[in-house]
Design a protein around this ligand. Structure first.
Ligand SMILES: Nc1ncnc2c1ncn2[C@@H]1O[C@H](COP(=O)(O)OP(=O)(O)OP(=O)(O)O)[C@@H](O)[C@H]1O
Length: 628
């Protein structure tokens, strides 16, 4: 464990940020000789401490690459990276090599650094969730499962298996452990085993494999000892939302001498449906008995009326730590939380009016619109755009955008000829495409990559489809050019040879400029990686989704804004029977936490929209002080 010795006088670079902390925050940021858990409410400065502690660690003389920071979202990782990079650069360190990222991006990096022992190899390509569905569906077809008789039954079965795989991997179980647990019927086990065999035999990993892969890797004592020595400090943000596998990941990589700091708020658990395990934060002291548990009491973000309304709301949850939080800012606004009923089909009009009225005093970028579902966010973004309001629709991942998805697919395909979902994306084919299904069957029968079979079939004129012929031609042009060349060259080659220039000509100007900006950033990052599969992973696991306009209203789901803030927060869908959608105990507590996260994003004013016909959500009356 690092000693708590005096900070070196050369800490000038970090002086400013450390000097902004209050007493408890300073304790959290400067304690290195024991584990620290910061268990504190919304807006109390947890993320601020994370940045400050990274700087404090560097000031202590810890090399930037001996500090790892794990964030929950790519956006949070990007923001932290942007804040830390100047400090690291001032110390002569290449910021591209900082260990700041999500669990998935860090796991991918760790696995690739252990090529011989990584359970998924080192040249693997990573599957997106839709690719997982694709493979399960192909396996079900291959097995001639009865569900393939109807598209509806097939889709349902795929969802069921994909959900099961996700849950199993979130608990950190390997396939051997799943089989040994005897908890699943033979048919399910056969499907799960075929899926695993398919992935392992073809150099493919899904997101869950990245986490479970590191857990498996760290069971090797020699490897685990090396990683325990690698990091002097590990910082983990949004600790309340990590799942069992991620909790074990942190425990496994933290050595006896590593300074571990976890920051979270049990009132902000909003990912239980995806395996978040709040017992990890609540049981931290049991696992780390010497830990210093620090609570913070001052909310620096929101004015008192919002802080108090949010506290009244969350006090209705039974499963929580009681916290005392005061607002640093008294507020004094008469209308800090505003209610807006709207008639049928009037939601967007009412919303646009609110935003226009606020835009007299605030920039568009000072406003957020938060929805419950992705579909609602997309709908609202489109509708506001049509009403002349500039919007940035926030998507969690860069592969949600067409050209970025295509770029990552090409990077995957040239890295791994066995990556069939990437092949399908490169020529924009769906999983049920008959040619692809035939190729898949031939590939499985002959144990050969589908791409090789496709090339043979094209050469023999047995496939005439232009998109497949073009794919083969492009692949054959690109591959020899990549021989012994670095990732930067590879990236530019793919851009030039795989039709990106023509594709960009078809995009609206904003999207084109955005793609080129991101592409140039990626080209800069490419100098820090060795292979194109690593570069694909940067797009898939590290890059956040696009924000095209600089001054625009952010439109996002409530889940998508964890950790972010804005002066004006508008939130829709707060109608009775809609939010919460069910009165089931566990679910209502999670939805109440989501409501809590939503209103506490605001540093000035909240606008809540609901249907006039249904009336407001019960969360509104709870905020107003209805008895718990
Ligand atoms: N000591 C401080 N003095 C002044 N402002 C502060 C201080 N600490 C944090 N802040 C500011 O308060 C706001 C909230 O901080 P931060 O986002 O770190 O809180 P958080 O605990 O991570 O919030 P949440 O859990 O709700 O995402 C930020 O604008 C931050 O800059």
């Amino acid at each position: 464990m690092i000693s708590n010795q005096a900070v070196s006088p050369t800490r000038a670079a970090g002086a400013s940020i450390l000097d902004t902390l209050n007493e408890d925050q300073t304790r959290a940021a400067t304690t290195f000789d024991r584990p620290v858990l910061v268990l504190a409410g919304s807006g109390t400065g947890k993320t601020h401490i994370l940045t400050a502690k990274f700087v404090a660690a560097m000031d202590r003389g810890i090399a930037p690459d001996r500090i790892m920071a794990v964030t929950f979202t790519r956006k949070a990782a990007q923001e932290l990276r942007e804040r830390i990079s100047p400090y690291a650069a001032a110390k002569g360190f290449n910021p591209e090599k900082l260990w700041i990222g999500t669990f998935h991006s860090l796991s991918s990096r760790i696995l690739r650094l252990n090529p011989n022992l990584s359970p998924v190899g080192s040249q693997f390509t990573t599957l997106e969730p839709t690719d997982v569905d694709y493979i399960i569906s192909a396996i079900l077809r291959q097995m001639r499962h009865e569900c393939i008789q109807s598209p509806h039954a097939l889709a349902k079965k795929v969802r069921q298996i994909a959900g099961l795989l996700d849950r199993l991997k979130n608990t950190g179980l390997t396939m051997d452990e799943v089989v040994a647990s005897r908890e699943h019927d033979r048919e399910t086990l056969d499907i799960l085993k075929s899926y695993e065999t398919h992935l392992r035999g073809r150099g493919l990993a899904d997101y869950g494999d990245l986490i479970v892969g590191v857990l498996t890797l760290l069971r090797n004592e020699v490897v685990s000892r090396a990683w325990h020595k690698k990091f002097d400090a590990i910082l983990v943000d949004e600790y309340q939302d990590i799942n069992t596998a991620q909790g074990r990941w942190i425990d496994a990589i933290t050595g006896d001498n590593t300074s571990l700091t976890c920051l979270g708020d049990d009132d902000q658990v909003v990912y239980q449906w995806r395996g978040a395990d709040p017992r990890l934060i609540l049981g931290f002291k049991k696992r780390y008995p010497s830990a210093d548990v620090i609570t913070l009491r001052t909310n620096y973000r929101s004015p008192a009326p919002i802080v108090n309304a949010a506290l009244r709301l969350i006090s209705h949850n039974s499963d929580r730590y009681e916290k005392t939080v005061y607002a640093a800012n008294d507020g004094g606004f008469d209308s800090t939380i505003n209610l807006h009923p709207h008639g049928p089909r009037q939601r967007d009009e009412v919303l646009a009016d609110i935003l226009r009225a606020e835009s007299i005093a605030y920039a568009w970028s000072s406003m957020m619109v938060l929805t419950r579902t992705n579909a609602e966010a997309q709908d609202i973004a489109l509708s506001l755009g049509n009403r002349g309001i500039p919007v940035n629709l926030i998507r969690p991942s860069a592969v949600d955008s067409g050209p970025m998805r295509l770029l990552s697919a090409w990077l995957r395909l040239v890295s791994n000829a066995n990556d069939t979902p990437a092949l399908a994306q490169c020529c924009v084919l769906t999983e049920s495409d008959p040619t692809l299904t035939n190729l898949w069957t031939m590939g499985v029968l002959k144990s050969r990559p589908i791409l090789e079979i496709l090339m043979d079939e094209v050469d023999r004129n047995r496939i005439q489809r232009p998109e497949l012929i073009q794919l083969v031609q492009r692949y054959r042009t690109i591959m020899p050019m990549l021989d012994n060349r670095d990732a930067v060259y590879g990236l530019h080659t793919i851009f030039a040879q795989a039709g990106f220039e023509q594709l960009l000509d078809t995009l609206p100007e904003g999207e084109r400029i955005h793609f080129l900006t991101v592409f140039n950033g990626l080209a800069a990052d490419a100098s820090a990686v060795k292979t194109l599969s690593e570069l694909a992973d940067l797009i898939q696991t590290q890059m956040p989704g696009k924000t095209i306009k600089t001054d625009a209203v952010m439109v996002s789901t409530m889940h998508g804004v964890k950790g972010l803030e804005a002066p004006i927060v508008c939130t829709t869908g707060w109608s009775k029977k809609q939010f919460p959608r069910s009165l089931d105990d566990d679910d209502i507590e999670e939805q109440r936490r989501l409501a809590f996260v939503t209103v506490t994003r605001s540093s000035e004013r909240v606008h809540i929209l609901f249907s006039e016909q249904s009336g407001p959500s019960q969360f509104v009356s709870e905020m107003q002080g209805a008895a718990a």
